[in-house]
Structures are given as C-alpha cells and as structure tokens.
Ligand binder design. Structure first.
Ligand SMILES: [Zn+2]
Length: 447
C-alpha cells in the first residue's frame, strides 16, 4: 500500500509569516524519515518552546488584547525561557471572545480565508478566523504517520457539519491534502444528503473510513438496517474517527462490533483545531504536540496541575497566524500522562473526563456522563439512545430496549440493579422507544 502523500498543493505566494522559522524543523524530520510522534521529549519541548515564543512575539506585535494582557502580567518582552513559564501567561476564557470576531485577530482581515464559528449552544458563538496559510500550509505541516494510516487508497465519508464549524472542512482538508484520499462530503442532515443517500453512496464508493460523531455513527448503523444495508458487509469500513462528542469506551466497542471495524477518538475544537488523537492502543489521546501545547489547570484557581491530576484542559496553538489561541480554557476536563505509549509514541497522552457543565451531580457526588454511559452500555439489552435526567438530586435513566427478549419491567429492573452495582447508587429507570435522534450534537444529560 502506498504511504500517505501529504500532498501540499497550495503554496501561498509572496506570503510571509512568523511560522516560517518552524518549517525547517519539519523538513528535517521528513528528510530523516521520521515524525514528531517518536522524538525524544527534549526535542519536542524545544520545538514547542520556540513555537510558543514565535506566537507570543506575533500576538505582541499584532494584537492589542493579547499585548495588554501580557503587559498586565508583567511581561516586558513577549518571551518565556521554559515551558514551565507558560504558566505566567494569562489564561484566555471563552467569555472574553464570545460574540467578538476580531478581538484575537492577529492579521489584516484581507488575509483571512475562512471564518469558522462554534455552534453557540451555550450562548453567542465564538469565531475562529483562519488564513489560507493556516489551513493549507501550517495546519498540514506536522505529520503523524503512526497515528493515521490513511492513504490515497481510501475513500472517506465525512459526516460532520460543514456549515460554519470547523469539523467537516477540517477533516476534508486533512484527508484530501495530507493523505490524498477521496472524500464523500456527507455532512450531517443537509438537504442534499438524506441518510439513505449517504448510505447508498458509502456503499457505491466502498467507503473505507468514516469521520463522524459517536451518536451519528450509531444512527447510520441503525438506519442502514432500516434501509436494508448490512453495516460491515455492504459497507466495509476500516476505521471510524469519532469526534465532536465524547463517548465511553463501551459505547465505542458497540460501534466497533456493529460496524465490524476499528473506531478511534479524535479530540479537537473549532477554536483550536486538532488537540488529541487516539492510536490503535486505545489508551487515551496522543496530544498532537506539533499543533498544540496542552496544560491541565485547577478549574477554580487556574493554577497548573501536575501530570496525573484531573483538571481543566488548557490549549495553546503553535501553528496559527490568523487567530492564535494562547492558554485557552477549553471547559473540558481531563488529565495528562507522560508517554511513551506501547505504540512507541512519545507524545503526552490525554485522558478526557467530559465537559465541566455536563458533570452529573447527585447525592453530593459528581459523575462523569461517560462513566455512567459506560456502565449503561455494558447491558447488551439497552440501545445506544438514552438520556440522563437529573431532578431533585436524583438520576433517572431513560433507555431504549435493543434486540432483547425482556419485557419493559424486567429490563428496567435489570438496569436498576446493574447501575446500583456499578455506580453505588439507586437510579430511576424509564423505558422508552422514542428518544429523539438528532443530526446535531446529541444531548444526553438534562439537568
Ligand atoms: Zn499510542
């Protein structure tokens, strides 16, 4: 099989950037036939320190907000001497940039090639403006040939939103320009691509890769049976990239069984792009250390936490001209573990614990929705659409039956007893058959 081509068909003529100084680092890795994935830690960290200093100098020169914040924090020049000193750079919160399209802009607007925005489910949207070079040169500069084995032999179905948000177009660029794969731009719920047509085209073109959300991968499997396609036979995927929503490893395992292929998690955001990607070992996300520096901070005080401690994930982008994100508080919880992973990669491993506002708080305790989902998905009689409803300090699980001979009362009893064993608390159970499917992000926790 051919290796990835990492074709870069776009050159940005007469374009200069603070990031140019990083190109030789990646060229040298190419020449040695290696990637950042397996470099010794000091080499990765030296690259990151240089990239952060270039970014600090870029925002100091070109952005009033960033400069004011750095000066307030006592910076006389835009420079840190070690990665530990990154902690002295002020954190960036969503509130500051929500609804403001130019606060973090660091280039003349005429250089912007793509405006992205977040879905704004929790208020006004956050804008992320990318220059052409951000999208077509720098974003594709670091290669991760161990993590991705896609090539020009693959046909990739991208079932992620294309409208405004980054995921659809971001995956499209990665698969086309980095790997040379063919792309089926399916989107999610657009009028040109109803589900039956999406499935038909995946079969027609023999899609080998699917990039989508966990809930949509479940919906596609469910609908394919309704339309008479057999997942794993009529559509023979090799890999599913799951992104956009987190899910538990048990939910993933059920998708893998249903589609008869491997499913890996991909963690990123519209603001920061790719942050972490799982290798085949499925032991957490490898931080994409060519693209981002990840820190974990105490969500209350903002103080950096050591490896192994769970806190808020803070991301600094390393390869952005248009709108670099510096110490951006993601609102997601997780912890870092040092490499190397059994796969041989030396990049840090990130473990996600879900979004802070989605934590289930019952009886004075806090449960990650992924953990509760994991336990629920251990019951084979339960389907993949469910809801956790938290009312009056009590958790009620709404669940659907799945290929089971149990009647509703017996199924509810089974769920109650299993969850009592696993969670150590009593839950209410309601069996339904009408939990709403969605083309958007699945809302699983209601409180
Ligand atoms: Zn690994």
């Amino acid at each position: 099989m051919k290796r990835q081509s990492h074709k870069m068909t776009v050159t940005v003529d007469e374009h200069t950037s603070h990031l140019e100084r990083l190109i030789p680092f990646f060229r040298e890795l190419d020449a040695k036939g290696t990637t950042i994935e397996t470099l010794p830690r000091p080499a990765i960290e030296a690259y990151q320190l240089e990239a952060i200093n270039l970014t600090l100098a870029h925002v100091w020169e070109n952005n009033a907000y960033y400069r004011a914040r750095l000066e307030e924090a006592g910076f006389r020049e835009p420079r840190i001497d070690s990665l530990e000193q990154l902690a002295s750079v002020p954190l960036l919160t969503k509130d500051v940039i929500r609804g403001d399209k130019s606060k973090l802009l660091c280039v003349d607007p005429k250089h912007i090639g793509q405006e992205h925005l977040t879905s704004g489910t929790s208020g006004k949207p956050i804008y992320a403006c990318y220059t052409l070079a951000d999208q077509y040169v720098y974003d594709l500069l670091p290669k991760y040939l161990r993590i991705f084995d896609e090539s020009d032999e693959d046909v990739t179905a991208v079932a992620l939103p294309y409208e405004f948000a980054l995921p659809g177009l971001g995956f499209q660029r990665l698969f086309q320009f980095a790997f040379g794969a063919a792309v089926l731009s399916m989107g999610k719920g657009g009028y040109m691509a109803p589900i039956d047509k999406q499935l038909e085209l995946m079969k027609e073109f023999q899609a080998t890769v699917l990039a989508t959300t966990p809930s949509y991968a479940a919906l596609l499997a469910e609908e394919s049976e309704k339309y008479g396609f057999k997942p794993g036979e009529d559509i023979r995927l090799r890999t599913i990239w799951l992104t956009g929503e987190g899910c538990s490893s048990m939910f993933r395992e059920r998708l893998e069984r249903w589609w008869n292929c491997r499913a890996n998690f991909f963690y990123g955001s519209t603001e920061c792009g790719v942050v972490g990607v799982e290798c085949k070992e499925h032991r957490g996300y490898h931080v994409m250390e060519g693209h981002v520096k990840v820190e974990i901070v105490d969500p209350k005080t903002g103080a950096p936490l050591p490896r192994g401690r769970t806190g808020e994930i803070v991301v600094t982008t390393l390869l952005r001209e248009g709108m670099p994100m510096i110490r951006y508080r993601s609102g997601d919880l997780g912890f870092l573990q040092p490499g190397p992973c059994p796969c041989g990669m030396t990049m840090d491993v990130l473990h996600l614990r879900g979004r802070m506002e989605h934590m289930i708080r019952v009886g004075g305790e806090e449960f990650s929705p992924f953990l509760v989902e994991h336990f629920l998905m251990e019951i084979p009689d339960v389907g993949m659409w469910y809801r956790f409803i938290v009312r009056d300090d009590k958790l009620t699980i709404e669940a659907e039956p799945f290929r089971t001979k149990l009647d509703d009362a017996k199924l509810a009893k089974k769920i109650r007893s299993h969850m009592r064993d696993r969670l150590g608390m009593d839950v209410g159970v309601v069996i339904r058959r009408d939990i709403p499917r969605t083309f958007g992000k699945a809302t699983r926790v209601i409180q």
